[in-house]
Design a protein. Structure first.
Length: 413
């Protein structure tokens, strides 16, 4: 069996994802998605009709983000019309899943060259009939009886309560994320993958990360009010008579007294962004002069308790390590998405990791989390850092709604 090689990775900067506030907020999502696709083709001299497929991740597939954005974006980028595209949704894990699918079909030899990536314009979700406060079952009462689900922020607070993780510990992790991100930006660690976003007249809309708050301090974080306290006793989705989010959690964890600890400074940033990776079958790459940057070693998917939603990354990482025949000590760099501070904190505690190897350039608390794109962003980030620091193995994983987590291990070539 051949290997799947990562040839290149690029992404847009992340813009603040609020209507009227972010530099990218007025773009059409297909235009934003076309930016890294166009850059991949130009950077690698691609004859785009040789790309067998574009596999794209987008979570909110409605409104301007509906209609198979993977196909529409490649057409917008000027690619050959013979290249097909598909769009998938594994919530926050969409970008990793798109990459894993691309790796599978190229390693199998069924496809020669595939692009994977994702887009999310969170600035536009308020106009796309998307209710982030609604439970994932969306009115399916049978499913709710089997697996009660709540808002992810309430889940984060519930996990912190169950695990005895203090707000102090979560604030320390959040402050460190900002510090590391600022160092990475100042030292140009993201520059290799970053491509500027332009408007239709060629003017630069954004060429830098827009979300980070490098002046963040522990004192400043301590003054922030918990973001999800008011949600605990609110009816799900704002529907009168519906169970509250607290009640949803307590159906599975009776009597749990959830302590609200997460706030705007310890939760992932709401941003717009897009990212893409070029993968190829190793035989095809060698025959066509494509220079690999990394190979895909292993990938895994894992489900966990949907009521707590956010706990699958640890078993996903363990599953990927077992498939690769590696131990945690073999992994030089880890990227665990900071959907909420407790996700990364619990991950590092459960696996007893060296914290100097985890999210070394900051993560979503500092840089933002463009849902469907983040997985592809993180794979590119860890690849760049493996090269910069002359390391070998990197593992990327993240929680996803419904209690899931995809994972991938890559090896620098």
């Amino acid at each position: 069996m051949s290997e799947s090689w990562i040839i290149d990775a690029c992404r847009t900067p992340r813009g603040i994802g609020k209507v009227g506030k972010g530099s990218l907020a007025d773009m059409h999502p297909q235009r934003l998605a076309s930016t890294p696709l166009k850059a991949l083709a130009e950077r690698n001299g691609l004859d785009t009709k040789e790309v067998d497929d574009v596999i794209w991740g987008t979570s909110t597939q409605s409104g301007t983000q509906g209609g198979d954005i993977g196909r529409m974006a490649l057409l917008d980028a000027g690619w050959d019309i013979t290249t097909s595209g598909v769009t998938l949704d594994r919530f926050c894990g969409s970008g990793i899943t798109a990459t894993n699918f691309a790796a599978a079909v190229t390693a199998s030899g069924m496809e020669n060259m595939v692009v994977a990536g994702g887009t999310e314009m969170m600035s536009q979700t308020p106009t796309q009939n998307f209710n982030p406060s609604g439970a994932m079952h969306r009115g399916n009462l049978h499913l709710d009886e089997l697996h009660p689900q709540a808002h992810q922020g309430v889940c984060a607070d519930a996990i912190a309560t169950l695990e005895g993780i203090s707000r102090q510990a979560l604030d320390e992790l959040s402050c460190e994320s900002q510090r590391r991100a600022e160092i990475a930006i100042q030292e140009g660690r993201f520059d290799k993958s970053l491509v500027a976003v332009h408007d239709d007249d060629g003017n630069v809309l954004l060429d830098r990360e827009e979300y980070p708050r490098p002046t963040t301090t522990m004192e400043g974080l301590a003054n922030l009010k918990p973001a999800f306290a008011a949600w605990l006793d609110a009816p799900m989705g704002g529907v009168e008579g519906a169970a509250t989010y607290r009640e949803q959690i307590q159906k599975r964890y009776p009597g749990l007294d959830i302590e609200p600890v997460h706030h705007a400074g310890s939760s992932s940033g709401v941003v717009d962004g897009a990212a893409a990776l070029l993968l190829a079958n190793s035989g095809y790459a060698q025959a066509n002069g494509l220079t690999p940057r990394a190979r895909v070693v292993a990938m895994a998917n894992m489900g966990d308790d949907p009521t707590l939603m956010l706990n699958a990354p640890v078993p996903a990482a363990k599953k990927a390590l077992e498939k690769a025949g590696l131990t945690k000590d073999d992994i030089d760099l880890w990227e665990i998405n900071e959907a909420f501070a407790v996700v990364s904190e619990k991950f590092q505690r459960d696996l007893d990791l060296d914290r100097s190897k985890v999210n070394v350039n900051g993560a979503a608390i500092a840089l933002g989390h463009p849902i469907g794109a983040t997985g592809a962003v993180l794979i590119g980030t860890i690849l760049d850092e493996l090269e910069r620091s002359d390391k070998q193995f990197g593992l990327v994983t993240m929680c996803a709604a419904g209690g899931m987590a995809p994972a991938i291990i890559i090896e620098r070539i």
